[in-house]
Design a protein around this ligand. Structure first.
Ligand code: ZN
Length: 330
């Protein structure tokens, strides 16, 4: 359990801390503003204003719901890889490819040496944190996932590409810490696509996190974890954030066979369904997790980002999980 580490960082959290993975749905006025900006009908400043308004909405909403560790909701992001590719030097925008479901994104192309020149997320983090006294997570996409979801035309192989990306991502982590962030999430949803590359994911995460004073979470999303567990426990982060509700709790069997040793952000609501789960269902899910996991290690959150749900569904799901976490505390 890394509660000690959090306390050293000055963060006190209740049992079963509640959080969310990162993204919330964009309100209608922001979707409209994004469309108008794309057609050059409004300025970047107008879009920025809509993004700030939506960020404030989600910060207030999370506070109202009683969430413990907040996120900015990613109102300024389109895609989790393209956003960073647009900000870093060395990338060009590629053609549209399908990511999941019916969503498409511009798969970035690495055409030169990747470099960090200025903070990519720090202003948003600062703005979100200025609106609340609760901790707000810094959020980045990890080097392995950026590598896997981009085309590479510059580096000799996947390893060189991944490690070249790790350095600028560490610079962003350092900038977040400098700004005051204490909990930083480095997402690696691609972590299980090639099990033989697990050592590379671990090596690159060392580059990103080693020696830095922050509590690190990695959202691993879903995947063939049976192919990389228990080896993945060597990733140098404090907390894995994983899907459980939509994957029939398969991971729990793995944890039974080989003890799980980190904190865990345990997904108790499914982000792929419009149905807002009743509290009894959420309770049952958390109870199943606690049959295997020590209660001190468990954070409570949704399976994944809620950006594909409606605003009301996202609020409903967060409300249910916060209520259940509170019940379990007593
Ligand atoms: Zn996910």
């Amino acid at each position: 359990m890394s509660r000690e580490k959090l306390e050293q960082l000055g963060i006190r959290l209740p049992m079963f801390p509640t959080t969310s993975v990162g993204s919330f749905p964009k309100p209608d006025y922001l979707m409209k503003a994004r469309g108008e900006f794309a057609k050059k009908k409004i300025t970047r400043a107008d879009l920025d204003q809509a993004e700030r308004k939506a960020t404030e909405f989600w910060i207030r909403k999370q506070e109202e719901l009683g969430v413990d560790v907040l996120v900015d909701g990613e109102m300024y992001r389109g895609d989790m890889v393209a956003y960073f590719a647009e900000k870093l030097i060395g990338f060009e925008e590629g053609g549209l490819v399908r990511s999941y479901g019916n969503r498409y994104y511009h798969k970035p192309i690495i055409t030169g040496e990747v470099r960090w020149t200025s903070p990519m997320t720090v202003d948003w983090w600062k703005y979100a944190q200025s609106l609340t006294s609760r901790p707000v997570k810094g959020m980045l996409t990890g080097p392995y996932t950026v590598m896997d979801w981009s085309f590479n035309e510059h580096y000799p192989d996947r390893r060189a590409t991944c490690l070249a990306l790790a350095a600028p991502i560490r610079q962003e982590v350092e900038a977040l810490i400098q700004a005051g962030a204490k909990i930083i999430q480095v997402d690696e949803p691609a972590c299980s696509v090639r099990p033989e590359e697990l050592p590379l994911i671990i090596e690159s995460m060392h580059v990103v996190t080693d020696g830095l004073p922050a509590y690190f979470i990695s959202h691993l999303c879903y995947g063939a974890f049976e192919t990389i567990y228990p080896g993945m426990l060597d990733l140098p982060v404090d907390n894995f954030d994983m899907e459980f509700s939509n994957s029939a709790f398969d991971m729990l069997d793995l944890f039974r066979r080989h003890r799980y040793t980190k904190d865990i952000s345990f997904g108790v609501v499914d982000v792929h369904t419009h149905v807002v789960e009743p509290e009894s269902v959420v309770e049952e899910r958390l109870r199943r997790g606690l049959e295997v996991l020590p209660k001190e290690a468990v954070w409570v959150d949704p399976d994944c980002g809620l950006k594909t749900r409606t605003v009301d569904e996202a609020i409903g799901k967060m409300e249910a999980l916060v209520r259940v976490a509170k019940t379990f505390r007593t």
